[in-house]
Design a protein. Structure first.
Length: 526
């Protein structure tokens, strides 16, 4: 469970601080009154729909209203430009976006959250009420020409992705920072789990942020985790008007989650601008990583767990560095299985657990899923595991947290992953670590009695399928030679370029095909 759930009680207690509770998706004003902006201060703008905008009654309130109380007005200006009833398309076509953009200056931040209204009619037909606010689904460049039933103007309608990319590009052009938010949650439940939708807009928002290399805050899943902890009856009291719009308590709950996400970005754009109330909100420390979740929860998933050689940073190729996990999905039929790369740079078999990444991944697992595990590069020194595969352990004090910890062997941690995965009804696959660009006597250097050998030993003892990347990739490098291999690395020895990651992913896929027994064959492309 995310760390912010530990503060669920304070979320609910502080909800009473929200003000101006209101009602619904009525369209916002054509020209909202301009806030008194201070050119000497940075401004944080909100672009969104009724789930962020002020309401007009007692049962509905957008999160943008209580949001300002988390900030020090002497250090930052919060400007809520969200408008009820708007989609990514109509926020632009009706002029609200141009009005907001005209006020943005270098150094400002713009939060962008749309999707609830993007699935509506592109162009309605009589009788009333008439709506023409939907965008085309997806992220492509498709268009559709219409004669708009409301504006009576000819219009070229584009995709959700196109409109969102335009907003991101416009903000960047002003020297400001765009941040993409996924949707708020709708109060719709099935088998004691709340909807994590609506539609695919939150997933598309994630993909848009990744492609544009901008920060992303996963409001949808963080809010869903919170509401599932509260339960259906308690959540129902927050959504008094309908399934989409929440009351002041819900608005403050969402506002706190967004503040937590902003605090967790790296670097955080709000770290020095918080009020006392904002400072009391714990950071959602994994937000900056932009870790993916299954695109289709009705399908089985292949999860990848490992270090930066599997997924580097936020998975957006910063510094030209890519992990092989970013290029594995094309080898699978994504209509049959999700490929979810949850690897985190800088972690090892031990720290992936102690930091909390394994817990967050484990709670996503369902029977029939598969988890591939590759560690070793960071399992040395102060942050590493003990050597070997035995049962010995020793107490150590973490250099950063100063907390005592019982440290076990590399093999013991791998066995824990295997046991946890099997307990979930899922299938583990162990991988040896990818080789480094270190040559010895014309061949890639192999180090005996180290992490690759230990992973092999655990796989054999636990009867777990093994993908021996250390040897298979090394053999491929040997055949190419040092001169040809050098361009495959973005740094001297460890992190691969796109070409290097693609080559490693191809070898991973080929090795998976040869596994016996094989839990993945049925899902792979020819």
């Amino acid at each position: 469970m995310h760390r912010f759930l530990a503060l669920l009680g304070s979320l609910l207690l502080s909800a009473g601080a929200a003000q101006n509770p209101g009602a619904v998706p009525a369209p916002g004003p054509a020209n909202p009154a301009a806030a008194q902006l201070n050119p000497a201060l940075p401004t944080l703008f909100i672009a969104g729909d009724s789930t962020a905008a002020p309401g007009a009654g007692e049962l509905q309130q957008g999160w943008g209203v209580p949001f300002g109380a988390y900030f020090d007005a002497a250090k930052i200006k919060i400007v809520n430009r969200a408008r009820g009833g708007r989609s990514s398309r109509t926020f632009i076509t009706e002029g609200a976006w141009d009005q907001l953009l005209a006020e943005v200056k270098a150094g400002d931040t713009v939060l962008i959250q749309f999707g609830h209204n993007d699935g509506g009619p592109i162009n309605d037909e009589p009788p009333p009420p008439l709506r023409a606010r939907g965008s085309l689904p997806g992220l492509g460049d498709e268009t559709r020409e219409i004669d708009n039933v409301l504006t009576r103007q000819h219009e070229v309608v584009r995709t959700f992705g196109w409109y969102m990319r335009k907003m991101i590009a416009d903000v960047k052009a002003k020297g400001a920072s765009p941040i993409v938010l996924s949707l708020t949650v709708r109060n719709r439940w099935m088998e004691h789990r709340i909807e994590r939708g609506s539609g695919r807009y939150s997933l598309w928002a994630f993909d848009i942020a990744k492609a544009a290399a901008v920060p992303f805050i996963d409001v949808t899943n963080n809010a869903a985790d919170t509401f599932e902890a509260l339960g259906e009856e308690r959540t129902k009291a927050i959504y008094q008007q309908d399934a989409t719009h929440f009351n002041a308590e819900g608005a403050d709950l969402h506002a706190r989650l967004i503040v937590a996400g902003l605090k967790g970005l790296w670097p955080s754009p709000i770290e020095t601008a918080l009020s006392e109330k904002g400072q009391a909100v714990p950071a959602e420390t994994f937000a900056w990583l932009r870790l993916p979740r299954p695109a289709n929860v009705s399908l089985p998933s292949l999860y990848l767990v490992g270090d930066s050689t599997v997924r580097n940073g936020r998975g957006d190729g910063a510094g030209g560095q890519w992990g092989w996990g970013d290029y594995l999905a094309p080898y699978f039929d994504l209509a049959k299985i999700n490929v979810v790369n949850r690897a985190v740079g800088g972690t090892g078999a031990r720290t992936f657990i102690t930091i909390g990444h394994w817990e967050n991944t484990l709670k996503l697992l369902r029977p029939g899923d598969v988890v591939m595990i590759q560690f070793g590069h960071n399992d040395n020194g102060a942050r590493g595991a003990l050597r070997g595969v035995g049962t010995e352990s020793e107490e150590q004090v973490d250099a950063q947290t100063k907390v005592k910890e019982r440290v076990e062997t590399f093999g013991a941690y791998l066995r824990r992953y295997v046991a946890d995965i099997r307990a979930k009804g899922a299938t583990p696959i162990l991988c040896t670590l990818v080789p480094r660009n270190i040559w010895q006597d014309g061949r890639i250097a192999r180090s005996p009695d180290t992490h690759a050998d230990w992973a092999r030993a655990v796989a054999a003892a636990e009867k777990v399928p093994l993908v021996d990347l250390h040897e298979r990739i090394a053999l491929r490098y040997d055949s190419m030679g040092a001169t040809a291999v050098a361009p495959l690395f973005a740094d001297e020895r460890v992190h691969t370029t796109v070409a290097g990651a693609e080559l490693s992913a191809r070898i991973v896929a080929d090795t998976i095909r040869s596994l016996v027994p094989n839990p993945l064959t049925r899902y792979m492309n020819p």
